[in-house]
Design a protein around this ligand. Sequence first.
Ligand code: 5GP
Ligand code: ZN
Length: 138
Amino acid sequence: MNCVFCKIAQGQIPAVAVYEDAEVMAFLDVNPIEKGHVLVVPRQHYEVIMDAPEAVLQQVTCVVRKVACALMKSGATGVNVQQNNYPAAGQVVPHLHFHVIPRYGQDAPRSWASGAGRYAFDAERDLYAQRIKEGMKP
Ligand code: 5GP
Ligand code: ZN
């Protein structure tokens, strides 16, 4: 498969790894938002979080936590965890990955505009909640 993160996970192209096990790999982002910006990926290819089995997500998020702890120990004052699914949400590399981004100041800019999706009416808010609840039914 012509996937850059599969190639990294299989050792076919280089990356600066900070953690590796049989299922998961964590490496530095080549175009970091902050120094120490890490990407955590499953070695197996899944495009988006919705595709990955729960057991894989458990392994990946355990590593996300380990990386976040390590960043805090090494001087970060905060950590952002971001995960994009599909181009509509800003995903560029179509292999599931979590960004773990250290912050070193006191108030990094938020990556989204709070309140931009404000509801016009309570009924509209309740409709969204209802749709999500419906979608969670097996
Ligand atoms: P996305 O927008 O898909 O959530 O983020 C993809 C991330 O992958 C970007 O932050 C980008 O800098 C990083 N990236 C893309 N290609 C490579 C690569 O070949 N090596 C590494 N280490 N990071 C990459
Ligand atoms: Zn892949």
